[in-house]
Design a binder for this molecule. Structure first.
Ligand code: ATP
Ligand code: MG
Length: 472
């Protein structure tokens, strides 16, 4: 499996670290050094001004000796970690706080104008220092005349090492941020990445038709919810696939057996295995099987109509009592043969419901057909209507073979027939109740069955009563 998401994340993390390090080592370093320089120059300038205005001018006025001033300068220089000089206009060093430079020595090529308009300079200060030095000066003015200068020198390396000290703090902070980001990365791995990987794997399995894989994510967040939804979808898909497989197996089986017997009998008639005098009997069997095939095809077409949810409903108000009577009449012939009696217990004269009449006729036809098929001869079938709230309850009850307990939930499935009924009805396709269920469901109504094996069966379904103002 490709792990591009995680790789991207890791790459992002490493890039974040690298960019952080680069920023601190270049931009932050540069900005910090600039800041330190500005602050140091300003501080040293304030100091040199002070020294020029107080101690140094006192020398020129003759109120302080060079020795006194030197002592003061030495203590201030050591406190500031700098070199403090007093230099005459001609470049002669009058005072130096550092023993490296003797008083009275001359600064070669001393030219204060080389500072330009600035009061500081970065360099070797007229080649007096071996390394880069920051030199800040203030003129010593007495009676509007410049008599000399106070210079404060600080090695540039001091500023750099101060900056490095500060940068170390930035590096430590960066390392802590990097560590925090790592914790976020680990959390992300467990909370988001691993569940997503599990889901991707499972979905890949589903796409290959293997619906057994379950996603083991039970967190109480969006991930857990998504995993639950995918698991649910997989279960639905697997049942759908299972249903489809069963459906095709059943269809093939139901088509194959009549076709095999038709083929067998026709071959036997053609090659003379069945003599002329018996041919009628076998042609009748062929007719029977052909009718069965015809019924099967019709029922399947019917069911397909509902399954596709494309069947248009033609809702109208009609009298259900009247419809029941009409459907029951159509079974008169069969009932006579089996000596079965209909008992109709109908509410009042009329009972107006709002439904698709032809479809409800089909429901009644299928239920009564079953009741007759699975009833014993000389028994009775009760059809009853009752009104309750806004509903009409229609019940078709027989005292026939009943439905075994473990089959009761399966009778609605396509092609399902109980073992009990197989002997009684060879023509049945097992599609009748599936059609009934689809019709009732498409009316948003319910159908229930109560049955006891060997005692009888009762199917009860509901229909909406027509609104009073619409009633006939
Ligand atoms: P078809 O309706 O296509 O002729 P069928 O009657 O066998 O075939 P369904 O109407 O779907 O199919 O019924 C499914 C099964 O439920 C029947 O085969 C039978 O086993 C059982 N069944 C349905 N109604 C009754 C009943 N009134 N008494 C006993 N068993 C029943
Ligand atoms: Mg039936």
């Amino acid at each position: 499996m490709k792990r591009t998401l995680y790789l991207k994340l890791l790459l992002g993390y490493v890039l974040f670290g690298l960019l952080g390090f680069l920023t601190v080592s270049t931009l932050t370093s540069h900005l910090t050094l600039n800041y330190i320089e500005r602050q140091t120059i300003a501080g040293l300038y304030r100091e040199s001004n002070l020294l020029a205005g107080s101690y140094a001018s006192n020398y020129y006025r003759g109120t302080m000796t060079l020795e006194d001033i030197k002592l003061q300068f030495e203590s201030i220089a050591s406190y500031l970690d700098t070199d403090i000089w007093v230099v005459g206009n001609n470049g002669k060093i009058l005072i130096s706080s550092s023993p490296d430079f003797a008083a009275d020595s001359l600064i070669e090529q001393f030219d204060i104008s080389s500072f330009g308009t600035k009061y500081y300079q970065k360099g070797t200060f007229f080649n007096m220092f071996p390394e880069k030095t920051l030199s800040v000066f203030s003129p010593i003015t007495i009676e509007y005349k410049v008599r000399g200068y106070v210079f404060i020198h600080k090695p540039a390396a001091d500023l750099v090492s101060f900056k490095d000290g500060l940068l170390n703090i930035s590096y430590t902070t960066l390392a802590i941020i990097f560590l925090c980001a790592f914790i976020v990365l680990v959390l992300f791995t467990f909370i988001v990445y691993l569940p997503i990987r599990k889901m991707t794997r499972a979905v890949k399995d589903y796409s290959e038709g293997n619906f057994d894989t379950k996603i083991d994510v039970h967190t109480n967040d969006e991930m857990g919810y998504l995993a639950g939804s995918i698991n649910y979808m997989a279960t639905e898909l697997s049942t759908l696939e299972e249903d489809q497989r069963k459906f095709i197996a059943n269809v093939s089986h139901d088509f194959r057996s009549p076709l095999t017997s038709i083929k067998g009998y026709i071959e036997a008639i053609l090659d003379g295995t069945i003599p002329h005098e018996f041919q009628d009997k076998y042609l009748n069997i062929i007719l029977f099987e052909t009718e069965r095939l015809n019924k099967l095809t019709q029922s399947m077409l019917e069911l397909n109509k509902y399954g596709a949810k494309g069947s248009m409903m033609d809702i109208s108000d009609f009298d259900i009592n009247q419809t029941i009577k009409k459907v029951a009449q159509s079974f008169e012939g069969t009932c006579k043969d089996k000596k079965i009696l209909f008992e109709l217990i109908l509410t009042g004269q009329t009972c107006i419901v709002s439904a698709d009449m032809s479809k409800i006729q089909q429901v009644l036809y299928n239920l009564i057909d079953n009741a007759i098929k699975f009833s014993h001869p000389e028994s009775s079938i009760t059809i009853e209507t009752t009104e309750k709230n806004d509903k009409v309850f229609v019940s078709v009850k027989d005292s026939g073979i009943g439905i075994p307990k473990d089959s009761i939930n399966k009778i609605w499935e396509r092609f399902y027939k109980t073992d009990l009924s197989r002997g009684k009805d060879k023509r049945g396709t097992g599609l009748g109740l599936a059609i009934v269920k689809e019709i009732i469901s498409s009316h948003n109504e319910n159908i229930n069955v109560i049955s006891t094996e060997g005692v009888g069966t009762e199917f009860i379904f509901t229909l909406p009563m027509a609104r009073k103002e619409n009633a006939l």
